[in-house]
Design a protein around this ligand. Structure first.
Ligand code: BG6
Length: 253
């Protein structure tokens, strides 16, 4: 399917489902840096046992194993890729314990420290699209793997723009598998009173694009913030943009 981004018939759809980090707000970068800080300290720590490949963690590792997934899935999938065996631990593990949950909690502390220090400013092009869709009266949702989605939306001043927020915490509560499984997007469509065949998904991560494609959504729009347009297309995006302003009719680009 070839789609002209500026000529999208938004009104033909019932709802629009936005990933958050990297789509609405530039917080994918904050997640990326927090992961890199945590994994590199872990990989360089001689006291850690569990074998595996301890070479430094790179952005390629992020895009291949971590991007867009719920926090502890990201930890597990990266460790598995490196052949490193760590105990699972539990949600209450402190951030200095060498378990899957301890490492995830350490990354979360790093993420929240940056959020508190720097705040969040949404991408201007994304706010333009949100304004346009509000003018059209389309119901909107955020579907994010992040348990921090509500605080990021609050910090960006956008909490009132979305009818529902399916965050990592909501998914865990409802027992929904995270991206790349389609369940969180399907749940958001249901909450907005529609079905995947009538809803649009916007995603910057391969795992999220896969979720939209395997869920049978009418339109899956990839947002290239570093994953690569070809990679997003291969994962199932119907079209790929670099900025959400490209999706607003009449916006100068
Ligand atoms: O904030 P949390 O709960 O750790 O969420 C983790 C993930 O949240 C996603 O929204 C990001 O795109 C991921 O790359 C990130 O790792």
């Amino acid at each position: 399917m070839t789609v002209d981004p500026a000529a999208l018939a938004w009104a033909d759809h019932d709802a629009v489902l936005f990933d958050l980090d990297g789509v609405v707000t530039p917080t994918a970068e904050v997640h990326m840096r927090a992961w890199a800080e945590m994994f590199n300290a872990f990989l360089a720590d001689d006291t850690v046992t569990g074998g595996g490949d301890r070479s430094p963690y790179t952005d390629d590792d992020y895009f291949a194993h971590v991007d867009g997934k719920p926090r502890f899935d990201g930890v597990r999938d990266f460790l598995r890729a490196r052949g490193i065996d760590l105990p699972e631990g539990g949600p209450e593990d402190s951030a200095d314990v060498q378990t899957v949950h301890g490492l995830g909690n350490r990354k979360n502390d790093a993420f929240n420290a940056v959020l508190e220090r720097d705040g969040v400013t949404a991408y201007p092009g994304s706010v333009l699209l949100l304004d346009h869709l509000r003018d059209l009266g389309l119901p909107l949702a955020v579907v994010s793997s992040s348990a921090n989605a509500p605080s990021v939306l609050e910090a960006a001043g956008l909490a009132d723009r979305f009818e529902t927020v399916v965050s990592g915490a909501v998914a865990a509560e409802l027992g929904l598998p995270g991206k790349p499984a389609p369940d969180t997007f399907v749940h958001a469509a249901t909450v907005l009173g529609t079905t995947p065949e009538r809803a649009v998904v916007l995603e910057d991560a391969v795992s999220g694009v896969r979720a939209g494609a395997s869920g049978g959504f009418a339109l899956v729009i990839g947002v290239d913030r570093g994953a690569g347009a070809a990679v997003l297309t291969d994962a199932g995006a119907h079209l790929v943009v670099a900025d959400l302003a490209e999706l607003v009719p009449g916006e100068d680009r």
